[in-house]
Design a protein around this ligand. Sequence first.
Ligand code: IPM
Ligand code: MG
Length: 369
Amino acid sequence: MKTHRVAVLPGDGIGPEITRAALKVLRVVEERNPVHFDLIQAPFGAQAYFDHGHPFPETTQAICDRADAILKGPVGLDYEATKKIPVDMQPERGAVLPLRARYNTYANFRPIVLPQALAHFSPLRPEIIGDGIDIMLIRELVGGLYFGTKTVGVDADNHRYVEETLRYDEIQIKQILKKGLELAQRRKGVLHNIHKSNVLKSSVLWNEVLEEMAPAYPDVKIVHMLVDAAATHLCLNPRQFDVMVMENMFGDILSDQGGGIIGSLGLMPSACIGDAKAYYEPSHGSAPDIAGRNIANPYSMIGSAAMMLEYSFGMAAEARNIWAAMQAVFADGFSTPDLTQPGVKVETIGTEAFGDKVVAKLRAAPRVA
Ligand code: IPM
Ligand code: MG
């Protein structure tokens, strides 16, 4: 029996309810495998600021330091509540980015997956979706503009200005490109390199490093694509992509577009991987407008837990069973109100009921070991 210590940060908004569903799924994984999860919950996010004076309290940091992996829900409150928090203590700047920096989780894997059972969620025409979309978007997560120095001031003409720096060094670029190349090797042998080298020098260096690395990966075909063009191609012909790799801000934006083409950010889990520690989180926000109403779909949170099993605990087969269980619930005609589309006939059920159906499907799946 293996024990894995997991720091669970439910977060704000819909975070706690979708986290509850994910934890139930982990308990079923325990029933089915010689594994035990030591689940330690800790405050993180905007509510943590109000309750403990910091969005990433020291006690939470200590729990995360000791954990084998971290499962994190979305953070943030609505606009008015957020204004009550000092800018640097707001949960994105005060908690999420520091979490990424603390564990140097430089590689962010964001699957954009639309199997047949979910095809009706997509705004794209069936002939564009074909037999489904299956892209792994890899986003560099601890460099670039989001982590550069920031200066705010007033210039000699008394105009307010802001300066933010975009810095990458070759080590940072190399380590994320390595993840992309290796994954492309394991998948279809095609890597889309997303850049903006016609304008940004950071992209020129990025591409130079990739050219230097490429000969060591003769089995990977590299396709270079400008980020603005990639945004269009994701809509017009998403099936040309298999593995995409890009810097931080490009990945932030294109992964949300990925949520758009499959129909919802609610279908976007993610894995944030460092060399020593990894954490797992939905790619979306905390949806304060629907929080606590039992209508948010837990797919992205359960999916993040599945990614944790695969990437941190070597349980890829059981992770696949979880994906299949979720898709089977959709295929049976169920969905939650937040994912319901006009003109699509589904039986709507709550967050909890959806999670329970996933649990039932997983219990019924053949065991791996
Ligand atoms: C994401 C989010 C974050 C980001 C926020 C919450 C800081 O948008 O994970 O995509 O910008 O990286
Ligand atoms: Mg984002």
